[in-house]
Design a binder for this molecule. Structure first.
Ligand code: XMP
Length: 516
């Protein structure tokens, strides 16, 4: 059976937690995709969903411009689960009534299960055990014909509902968040009990299907891939290579801005453990020449990006006719998120942006359907080593955007030494995998210090460590003081030219993760 024979389609009404619903379902080995609520009914039908979930969202069903999906989806004979706004919309469209609640319900609430069936099959009807997470200003006042109440809370007499004859259910709370302790049980009851899915979405089946798809698409043509040393491009390369072997050539451009050993280990792995063809271009002198005397962050980024495209094109040109570019686009980059109140979703950085058009290449994006943690799982399944898979993200412009001001060989050397110490201490203390990213930044100032009995006037290193799920938002990591102390002492003692270390305690927004 193909892994896409069964799928749960989530219609997105703009909730912050829509992506979480997809993740929770995929954790149960059932494939799930997010689509905008505006998806036309015939396209929804063509996807042949096994079940449909209507997500939460910030709107009110009675707003003039409320997001409304085609009510024809209730005529398809497919199970539907409404969550929060999705529950209210279901009631609104099927003949119930939703109103602004007298008291809004935000945060943790106790749920009383009235009917331990459907979504609540197998759950104890014991209120003390069922903490759920609510976030709503409206509430369902009158349920639609044919529905019954299956759970209540203090502020929501209709906290969960089910239809007596049709496979429709609705919950006012959010089963996808960790604060809803029974959330996973509820989603499992929906996908397995109500939709009758089988847990067949595994990385193994994903590889099988994608290998077949890539082979079919590529035929006898040639594919190139920019290998950066990061997780995504390494996994893409391993995946495409599994499918078409030597028809794939990877190009690794050393732009002179890599951290010590950042990509060597991946290159070594591919050379020693696989027969992947990697062209290794040392463009360090070219990049450092282009960056000489440049201090403006945008200008630096532009020159690094342009240089990459130029060198990549030159190398690819030597390979004869190439038809495809394999690229590590991930699912969060492709979800057509709903845009509310004019706020566009933040886009991630594309290092090879513009390349496919310039070189007339078609794209192969085998990770398009995956979240970052699934990419890691896939990498492990493909046999990549753990140290490549759990490497922290590293930006395309590399250390170039971690040196404030001009990039010189001397300043690069200082930053590289400081950076190694940060990573070394993060790893030996067990913190490396607990945070999203941790690194050193070289500041464009010097400060006064005293070493021995001598006055010094030297560089300052800032340490940045953040916790994040997807880099869209981030918090500074609360690293233990003794760890910060060790990092500081070692940098000042071991890196010649540095006499001060500071810790960055800003979150994103309003700061960003990188300093430039
Ligand atoms: P910011 O600094 O925007 O970074 O908060 C968010 C995430 O993206 C990484 N980053 C980049 N990655 N090319 C990349 O491939 C870039 O130009 C780039 N700039 C930032 C950053 O390390 C963080 O993980």
């Amino acid at each position: 059976m193909s892994i896409h024979d069964e799928k749960i389609i989530i219609l997105d009404f703009g909730s912050q937690t829509t992506q979480l619903i997809a993740r929770r379902i995929r954790e149960q080995k059932v494939y799930s995709e997010i689509r905008p609520y505006t998806l036309p009914l015939n396209e929804l039908k063509a996807l042949k969903p096994t079940g449909i979930i209507l997500s939460g969202g910030p709107a009110s069903v009675y707003d003039d411009d409320a997001p409304i999906s085609d009510p024809g989806l209730f005529e398809l004979g497919i199970p539907v689960l409404g969550i929060c706004y999705g529950a209210q919309l279901m009631m609104h469209q099927l003949g119930g009534r939703v109103e602004q609640a007298k008291s809004r319900e935000f945060g943790k609430t106790q749920l009383r299960i009235e009917a331990a069936e459907g979504l609540f099959t197998g759950l104890e009807p014991d209120p003390a055990q069922h903490q759920v997470w609510m976030s709503h200003g409206d509430r369902i006042e009158e349920i639609a014909p044919g529905f019954s109440i299956s759970a209540t809370s203090d502020n929501s007499p209709c906290a969960a509902l089910y239809h007596q004859d049709k496979p429709f259910s609705a919950v006012q709370f959010h089963p996808e968040v960790a604060h809803t302790h029974i959330g996973t049980d509820i989603l499992k009851n929906f996908i397995f009990g109500i939709c009758h899915c089988t847990p067949s979405w595994t990385m193994h089946s994903f590889i099988e299907k994608n290998v077949a798809d890539i082979r079919k698409k590529v035929g006898n043509d040639k594919v190139i891939c920019a290998l950066s040393g990061g997780v995504d491009s390494s996994v893409v390369a391993a995946m495409v290579h599994r499918a078409i072997g030597d028809q794939l050539t990877c190009i690794y451009v050393n732009n002179g801005l890599m951290r010590t050993g950042e990509s060597e280990s991946v290159l070594r792995f591919f050379r020693e453990k696989t027969d992947l063809q990697v062209i290794d271009v040392n463009a360090e002198p070219y990049f450092l020449g282009q960056l000489s005397g440049i201090a403006d962050p945008e200008e630096k980024r532009k020159r690094i990006g342009y240089g990459f495209i130029k060198i990549f094109e030159e190398e690819a040109g030597k390979l004869g006719e190439v038809k495809y570019l394999a690229q590590g686009t991930l699912y969060p980059d492709v979800i057509e998120s709903v845009v509310f109140r004019g706020k566009a979703p933040i886009k991630s950085h594309h290092n090879v942006g513009g390349l496919p058009e310039r070189m007339h290449l078609d794209l192969i994006e085998p990770l398009r359907e995956l979240f970052k943690d699934e990419v890691r799982e896939l990498g492990l399944e493909l046999g990549l080593p753990e140290e490549a898979i759990y490497r922290q993200p590293f930006p395309g412009p590399g250390l170039g955007i971690r040196i404030m001001g001009e990039i010189t060989e001397e300043r690069l050397a200082i930053l590289r030494q400081a950076d190694v110490i940060v990573l070394d201490e993060m790893k030996s203390s067990g913190w490396y995998r607990k945070v999203w990213q941790s690194f050193a930044v070289l500041l464009p100032i010097q400060t006064v210090g005293v070493m021995g009995d001598v006055r010094t006037y030297e560089h300052v290193i800032a340490i940045r460590s953040v916790d994040s799920r997807d880099a869209m938002t981030a918090d500074w990591s609360q690293l233990p003081y003794d760890l910060l102390g060790r990092i500081s002492t070692r940098i000042i003692n071991e890196v010649r030219g540095v006499n001060r270390v500071v810790y960055d305690i800003s979150s994103k927004p309003p700061s960003t993760i990188e300093w430039e």
